[in-house]
Design a binder for this molecule. Sequence first.
Ligand code: SF4
Ligand code: SF4
Length: 441
Amino acid sequence: MALTFKGGLHIPDFKLTAKLPVIDLPGDKLHYFPITQHKGAPLKALVKTGDHVRVGQKIADAEEFVAAPVHSSVSGTVKDVCPHVNSIGIKTETIVVENDMKYETAENLRPVEDISALTTREMLWVIRDAGIIGLGGAGFPTHVKLNPPKQVEFLIINGAECEPYITSDHRRMLENPEEIIDGAGILSKLLGVKKCYIGIEANKRDAIDTLRREVRFNSGIEIMKLKTKYPQGAEKQLIKAITGRNVPTGKIPADVGVVVINVDTVYNVWRAFRKGIPVIDRIVTVSGDAVNKPANFRVPLGVTVSYMIEKAGGFKAPPQKVIIGGPMMGFAQYTTDTPVAKTTSAVIALLEAQPTYDPDMPCIRCGKCVSNCPMGLMPNHLNKAALDRDIDAALRFNIIECIECGLCSYTCPAKKNMLQNIAAFKPMAMKAARRGSTSGK
Ligand code: SF4
Ligand code: SF4
């Protein structure tokens, strides 16, 4: 039986690239590294224009613990440190490296010889030094997540990949099962958990079978089949499906005894310990009906969207929309100059921009947004509160719990752009809640 949570919806998955093995792409002439790619303390560039850099060399870091350094994926010369567009459409400080195509590696990239000899603190620093963050899209530094305020019982590895089109985690599980299971063992030791679960949606039967074969002699790890339903990979929904536990409002997974780590993040933890390699590349799904040859590419970080589109045979016709990430939670792009950063799991190009919204259509009270909301919220009321800028109402209807999955907008027959309105108003409501004041009208 496939496990799941209440609410959510099975949506067409358009996994066009599920059966396509990962293709390694070489680097491009210029690589763009946004200096800060994680959620946490901002980084500072460690290099300047004219410096020579090597593959795996740290090029940006911060003194704070809640930060993850950035490493060069190529060798060459720093051409500039300047503002450049990032995946959310903002110009952000970026290190531009001219690739000399020699791929000389930094001298300090060494595997850990005896992991069992390391203390927990030392293990966390290995992960921090490798620049590992939530690669499923969350972007939170992994070493911070792995340092919970209390002892946890379970490690859950997130292999759900519930967004349409994206198959980068799916391919990772099929092509690196041994590394993932070894990485899961390293993390289980670090956290001292009773059990590790790997949650995978039922539509990835081949990944479930592959990983089950890999863990057959390991009783500490169990592969859990999850119902194919969006947003099955959201943290709270995954925890509910696998453990039956609810993470209360304002609490974190560790409060219910769980730490959740994305499956590609686990692979990168494995690589940091066993090979000494930091986060310098990633698998990116390039897909959508506007792309000539959809593919899964492994690319050195810093190549642009246009470079990958060209390698995927270019566009069939000018796309209406190009999205970084999935179509439900990703970011629409106004340029293809955007570089691949650590959390760029996919580039989706669509001939028709779906869905369309109509701000003037009235709510017909069908209740679809309410019954599908995975957080049990009333999106229709939240939408009204956001449009009225009514902080009291927004907090009463628990806007803080909205995970911005977009299902309310997706299902609304009145074409209300609820996600956009709710997400735009949420920071103001949360700020007011923190101040204890709700007079925000
Ligand atoms: S975007 Fe928020 S309100 Fe809308 S369905 Fe998702 S969790 Fe519910
Ligand atoms: S889905 Fe749209 S039309 Fe239906 S109740 Fe919600 S807001 Fe109203």
